[in-house]
Write a protein that binds this ligand. Structure first.
Ligand code: ARG
Length: 400
């Protein structure tokens, strides 16, 4: 029985997604496979990936460059939201998934495909992100996930591929599961599954080991307009340039490594190692500029929103109505988050050492300990009387 006629397959060039091509055709009766590889700034040679899909039996092989969209429409809103899942993970993989889903749906509609396929297994978050986003964008399209059903071990998968002319990986394949885009890298599995083991230096690709970082700090100035980073050291840059440059600059100081135990949506705890130099620095800097330009109550209320926002993104609900409503709140708060933040980068540390803004709410006349202090000290007495009243009444009652 055929599961679908024409399928758009999310393609990376790896063993699993390559094997999906013959598998869809021979086991699930698919007539035509169109592969789609997304250029997300991961640095892979995508022309080779495009050809590999054709060599593996795809009828059509597409490569779509969406780096700019990833930065503008996914990373920038996440920076405005100071989005860190479980307070640490800058969501590089999670942010890319709804974008990939979107281009898969666009391709399926353009080519008249009746299904979309991906190579996710049944244990991760990515399957949820893809499936939910695809269904939100086009509820009529079928979703096929061969690797969720085929039950083959890695060796069996490679052997299955070889039967259909897909060469086994030449190098002894890495023991790690890696996902990478311009926003960062996620590394799992291999010896990282032993929680006590420090990640070996070889897993890192975007950051230097502290032992190899410069012995002098580096200062940079990051400009923001309405919560969006627009330049470094006074040079205006496109989003892609800015993130690429900052990945280099911060990575050179060993910044943006994260080793954490993470709670997946499917209930599993996993050990994750991330590298996200630019996102890490930008979120710290952005948060500092918010402290200067937003009132205390907005900042504090927004913290709760940020937590929920991060969970929604992580949990595959990018297109949910709640996420849309939170976006509106966050955008409203960013209107006056414009200014420059001075950051000192040194030995893995991101230190905010200066900030300025035309919208600054800091008043030297009020804050100063000097003689030109304008704060009315006498007003404090009445304020404290009223502020402390409920607590005083409560205490008196307890003692009576
Ligand atoms: N744990 C991260 C997340 O859920 C990264 C997943 C990376 N995916 C991968 N295939 N290695 O967002």
């Amino acid at each position: 029985m055929s599961r679908a006629t024409k399928v758009v397959l999310a393609y990376s060039g790896g063993v699993d997604t390559s094997v999906c091509i013959p598998y869809l055709k021979h086991e699930w009766g698919v007539k035509e496979v169109i592969t789609l590889a997304a250029d997300l700034g991961q640095g892979d040679e995508l022309e080779a990936v495009r050809r590999k899909a054709l060599d593996s039996g795809a009828e059509v092989s597409l490569v779509v460059d969406v780096v700019e969209t990833l930065i503008k429409e996914y990373a920038f809103p996440a920076i405005q939201a100071n989005a860190l899942y479980e307070n640490r993970y800058p969501l590089a993989t999670a942010l890319a998934r709804p974008l990939i889903a979107k281009i898969l749906v666009d391709a399926a509609e353009k080519h008249g495909a009746d299904a979309i396929a991906h190579g996710c297994t049944g244990k991760g978050n990515d399957q949820v992100r893809f499936d939910v986003a695809i269904a939100a964008l086009n509820p009529k399209i079928k979703i096929l996930a061969p690797a969720r059903e085929w039950g083959m071990s890695r060796e069996e998968t490679i052997a299955y591929g070889e039967k259909y002319g897909i060469p086994a990986p030449v190098k002894k394949s890495s023991p790690y599961s890696i996902d990478k885009n311009l926003l960062g890298m996620a590394i799992e599995a291999g010896e990282l599954e032993t929680l006590w083991v420090e990640p070996p230096e070889e897993v890192y690709g975007m950051t230097k080991a502290i032992a190899d970082t410069p012995n002098e700090p580096e200062y940079i100035e990051i400009g923001f307009e309405k919560g969006i980073p627009v330049g470094i050291n006074g040079n205006r840059m496109s989003g892609v340039e800015l993130i690429s440059n900052l990945n280099q600059i911060a990575g050179n100081h060993g910044i943006g490594r994260i080793d954490m135990i993470e709670n997946r949506l499917v209930g599993i705890k996993s050990r994750e190692v991330y590298e996200s130099p630019a996102m890490w620095v930008l979120i710290q800097a952005h948060r500092d500029l918010e402290s200067l330009t937003l009132t205390a109550d907005v900042t504090s209320y927004k913290r709760g929103i940020e937590e929920t926002y991060s969970q929604l993104v992580y949990n595959g609900l990018w297109l949910s109505p709640l996420k849309g409503a939170l976006d509106a709140f966050i955008q409203q708060t960013q209107e006056r988050v414009t200014g420059v933040v001075r950051v000192k980068l040194f030995k893995g540390n991101t230190m905010i050492v200066g900030r300025q803004s035309d919208n600054s709410l800091y008043s030297l006349d009020l804050a100063t300990y000097g003689t030109d202090d304008e704060f009315d000290h006498k007003a404090a007495e009445g304020f404290i009387y009223v502020w402390g009243l409920p607590t005083r009444v409560w205490s008196e009652k307890l003692r009576s």
